[in-house]
Write a protein that binds this ligand. Structure first.
Ligand code: ADP
Length: 595
């Protein structure tokens, strides 16, 4: 559709109206003028006829056609008009332009009929005699009060046209001036209408770009002014509403993105309409790219797909669990609910994914731990019970057997006691971890020395040489008693798993703001595959050997938890048959830290 600018539409409309109006007025005026002139002319012809008629009011004269005709010709020339004398019977007896003998009877001429009837006859007609349009005026010739004929005076209408031909250029000139003036005024008013609308269009475009700072200035008419005010108000309200929506969206996004749980929203067509960072991370999706895609395109887990579809179609809350592959096996708990509008219409489904891998792992550890504890406790208890039964059944009578069985019972009781002691220690440290165990600034050398002293007897028993090196100035925030126990545990293991006459190296050094306590032995060593699980409770490389050596399988777990309670960590490196090195890493404290 062809569209013009408003200013030109208005201007064109004005111009069309003006041209039509001017044309109508011009036509009307011209016609009125013509009529006026025609009337004037007929009055004038009538007046001439009145003046001339007395020249023919003589019955003798009317008998003499030649005199009448010559009189007509003379008078006609003088008055520049055509004079015709007609008798009562309609015969022409005198005419300015023609020979009356050759002229036809004029009784049928309307102006002649009127004049012979006593009135004033008027007519406008084409004259075959003159070959042009003529205006005729006829009056009766009265002789002694009796109508004796009619005198007709005529003038060609071309005289009127001549008069008008001088008026037309003036009329046209006036019209052009009028048109020019009216056109200028129209252009001015068209602009007055269109300029505010153009400004409104520009400002509306700014509004549509979200730029509400622009304001419309008051208009030059009440309606435009009201429209400008309404648009300004609308812009303010829109600005406020958009800001509110943006704030709400930002808040929602902040809440969603700070959630640990993955949140996914689907519409009824199973298209992903929203997801938070956690969901993208859990499902390995590109958050922005995935939006708007169908569930089959973005989610590769058939169980999750089926779950979402069921929630969408049933509209009922649902729960489920799936395991996915991402950095190993991960267990996800799924909660699905229907997404509903304020009116309660079903819009789709909302699915929340909760990574419960850690919880499941903890549950497994707890389950294993309970099983392990039961098993560890059961072994010495079964043994004790067994030997007591044997003693009861008569072995108590044999003093050698009785002494041997009592020794075993005593050893198993010590083992039981050791397990319970270690379990209590572990649980105390774990409890203390939660509430932060009391730490104080202390020198590591002093603690290490105490641990070495505590192991001296065992070292001597196996004739193991211990080299010990620790600078005086390494200080950490420590719980002396616990740290000493951790070092004793490591030394104890090193002694247990070294050959008699072997060597152990205990060292302490600082590196990268941490103190590293290391216990190295050249004993049996550990296979690489055991290293990651070595610090788990009850984990033992060789169960028989450990029990034989009086181990509980809790020593390294205690070391690990003591290190954690000191905001540190543990490490191990070992080669089977070559020996092992266990390390405790603690953050170094500078002397000012104590203040
Ligand atoms: P245990 O009381 O059995 O020694 P730990 O928790 O102290 O329990 O140690 C766990 C397991 O780690 C031990 O059973 C043993 O197999 C292995 N282990 C610990 N320290 C050493 C070491 N210095 N040399 C070889 N194996 C070790």
């Amino acid at each position: 559709m062809f569209r013009r600018k408003l200013i030109w539409q208005l201007f064109l409309s004005f111009i069309i109206i003006i041209v039509l109006s001017v044309a109508a007025v011009t036509i009307y005026i011209t016609r009125s003028l013509k009529e006026f002139y025609l009337n004037e002319m007929s009055y004038e012809l009538q007046a001439r006829a009145q003046l001339i008629k007395d020249n023919f009011a003589d019955s003798t004269l009317l008998q003499n056609t030649a005199v009448v005709d010559s009189l007509c010709k003379n008078l006609g020339k003088q008055s520049s008009s055509r004079i015709t004398i007609v008798t009562l019977s309609g015969h022409v007896i005198g005419d300015t332009d023609e020979n009356p003998a050759g002229m036809e009877n004029h009784l049928n001429r309307p102006e002649i009929q009127k004049a012979l009837g006593g009135g004033v006859g008027m007519a406008k007609r084409y004259s075959h005699t003159r070959g042009e349009m003529m205006l005729y005026s006829a009056i009766p010739i009265l002789i002694n009060g009796q109508i004796s004929g009619a005198v007709r005076v005529a003038r060609p209408l071309s005289a009127l046209d001549k008069e008008f031909s001088s008026i037309y250029p003036r009329i046209i000139f006036d019209c052009i001036v009028l048109l020019f003036l009216a056109g200028s005024i129209s252009y001015y008013f068209s602009r007055r209408f269109s300029v505010p609308l153009e400004k409104m269009t520009q400002v509306s475009e700014e509004f549509s770009r979200g730029n509400f700072q622009h304001k419309l200035s008051p208009g030059n008419s009440i309606e435009i002014d009201k429209l400008a005010q309404a648009m300004n108000r609308m812009a303010e309200q829109l600005d406020e509403k958009i800001k509110t929506i943006i704030n709400q969206r930002n808040e929602l996004e902040a809440v969603l993105s700070s959630m640990v749980e993955g949140v996914l929203a689907f519409d009824l067509n199973e298209r992903l309409v929203n997801l938070n960072k956690a969901a993208a991370r859990i499902l390995d999706l590109d958050g922005v790219q995935a939006l708007g895609h169908y569930i089959q395109e973005v989610i590769r887990h058939p169980h999750l797909q089926a779950f979402v579809k069921k929630v969408i179609h049933d509209g009922q809350p649902m729960e489920g669990e799936i395991s996915i592959q991402r950095n190993g096996d991960r267990v996800l708990q799924m909660h699905g609910t229907a997404l509903t509008s304020e009116k309660g219409e079903n819009l789709g489904a909302l699915v929340v994914l909760h990574d419960i891998t850690h919880i499941r792992h903890l549950e497994n550890i707890r389950r294993d731990f309970v099983a392990n504890v039961s098993h560890e406790l059961k072994t010495p208890i079964t043994s004790i019970k067994g030997f007591i039964e044997t003693l009861r059944d008569g072995a108590i009578g044999d003093s050698d057997d009785a002494a041997r069985f009592l020794d075993i019972i005593a050893r198993q009781s010590d083992r039981l006691n050791a397990i319970v002691e270690d379990l209590l220690t572990l649980s105390k440290i774990e409890e203390a971890e939660k509430t932060e165990i009391p730490l104080e600034l202390g020198s590591l050398k002093y603690v290490i020395q105490n641990a070495v002293d505590a192991c001296e007897l065992k070292l001597k028993e196996k004739n193991i040489t211990l080299t010990f090196e620790c600078p005086e100035d390494i200080h950490c925030q420590i719980n002396k008693q616990l740290l000493e126990q951790a070092i004793v545990n490591l030394l104890d293991n090193a002694i247990k798993y070294s050959e008699a006459g072997g060597a152990i190296e205990l060292a302490c050094k600082s590196s990268n703001n941490e103190a590293i306590i290391s216990v190295r032995d050249w004993g049996i060593g550990i296979e690489k595959k055991h290293l990651p699980r070595l610090f788990e409770r009850f984990y033992r490389v060789d169960k028989g050997r450990s029990s034989e050596l009086g181990g509980t399988g809790l020593g390294l777990a205690i070391v690990k938890h003591i290190a954690i309670a000191h905001h540190g960590y543990v490490g191990v490196d070992s080669l089977i048959g070559k020996g092992s090195v266990f390390t405790i890493h603690l953050p170094i404290a500078h002397i000012s830290d104590n203040t």
